[in-house]
Design a protein around this ligand. Structure first.
Ligand SMILES: Nc1ncnc2c1ncn2[C@@H]1O[C@H](COP(=O)(O)O)[C@@H](OP(=O)(O)O)[C@H]1O
Ligand SMILES: [Mg+2]
Length: 281
């Protein structure tokens, strides 16, 4: 037997859009749910949490109290539902404990943001969402994003593939960015080609703007957390949209520290054009 054959197998680095069969089981025993079943559960839970948040929004007055209750009640609902549907799985939630011990080394880890864009929710706007994603052995395999006030609900297994087109350097690119924390990299992009900046709140709202073909890219720097981008990244990759950090490396998922420094979510040609500028290629 050769030395190479004695080595343990390479860890899987598949992302949702790369599964040959969208329903394939990524790893683990045969009685585990398939990716399609997990994506369907993510969708069902994001939808139900969104309905809960819509009811709460209509029953409370504008402001911080609504925001806090939205965060807490959506978290409690999702934690309870995951405990019923997937009792053996670990969960990382924005509103949960930050102690990594209970989820460290988990085979299956749900990463949830029960209410992304909570300040917009508190104000009564429509730029907020629910994120539910699943990471298996460190690989993002499924996710769903609900934007209940906009009537949008997508999951990584059934999202419509986004067609790609070449970048026209004369026309430039449209890039959605955080309304409150726009990235400083915009200046370097604008020096290379025309950039139309579109400010939006909430990571799911910006990601779905790319997935729906309304803008070419979503660029963020200055920090975020895994719960902000796990489900959006899963849905984007399911649609054939590229998701990386600004240095071109994969986004981290399942680390002890859920901090996620920066990201670029863009259709393939736009992703390449933007990284060419940022990396000086
Ligand atoms: N610099 C930063 N540090 C930490 N979190 C950030 C951040 N910039 C954005 N985020 C988080 O990313 C999500 C989307 O932000 P934005 O709307 O500005 O794009 C928000 O999540 P929450 O609303 O769940 O807190 C926000 O808190
Ligand atoms: Mg968030």
């Amino acid at each position: 037997m050769s030395a190479a054959r004695d080595l343990p197998p390479e860890p899987e680095t598949q992302h949702p859009g790369e599964h040959a069969e969208r329903g394939a089981r990524p790893s683990g025993p045969d009685d585990e749910p398939t990716v399609a079943e997990d994506a369907a559960l993510a969708r069902e839970l994001a939808e139900a949490t969104g309905e809960l948040l819509m009811t709460l929004r209509d029953d409370t007055s504008t402001g911080r109290e609504r925001e806090y209750r939205g965060d807490a009640e959506a978290h409690d609902y999702l934690i309870g539902a995951l405990a019923r549907h997937r009792p053996a799985d670990a969960v990382l939630s924005e509103e949960g404990t930050q102690d990594p011990a209970p989820r460290r080394g988990a085979h299956r880890l749900w990463i949830i943001d029960p209410l992304d864009g909570s300040s917009g929710y508190g104000r009564g706007g429509d730029e907020w969402g629910v994120h539910v994603a699943l990471v298996v052995d460190g690989t993002l395999v499924a996710g769903a994003v609900a934007l209940p006030a906009r009537g949008e609900l997508v999951d990584s297994a059934t999202v419509r593939p986004l067609p790609d087109t070449p970048v026209d350097p004369e026309a430039g690119l449209s890039v959605t960015v955080s309304r409150s924390r726009p990235p400083m990299e915009l200046r370097r992009l604008a020096a290379a080609f025309p950039v139309r900046t579109v400010a939006m709140s909430a990571a799911g709202v910006k990601t779905l703007a790319v997935v729906d073909g309304l803008v070419d890219a979503y660029l963020h720097s200055g920090g975020q957390y895994e719960w902000d981008n796990a489900a959006p990244a899963a849905v984007a990759e399911g649609a054939g949209v590229r998701v990386t950090r600004l240095d071109g490396s994969p986004l981290p998922f399942g680390a002890d520290d859920p901090y996620s420094p920066d990201l670029l979510i863009a259709r393939p040609a736009a992703h390449e054009a933007i990284l060419d500028v940022l990396l000086g290629r």
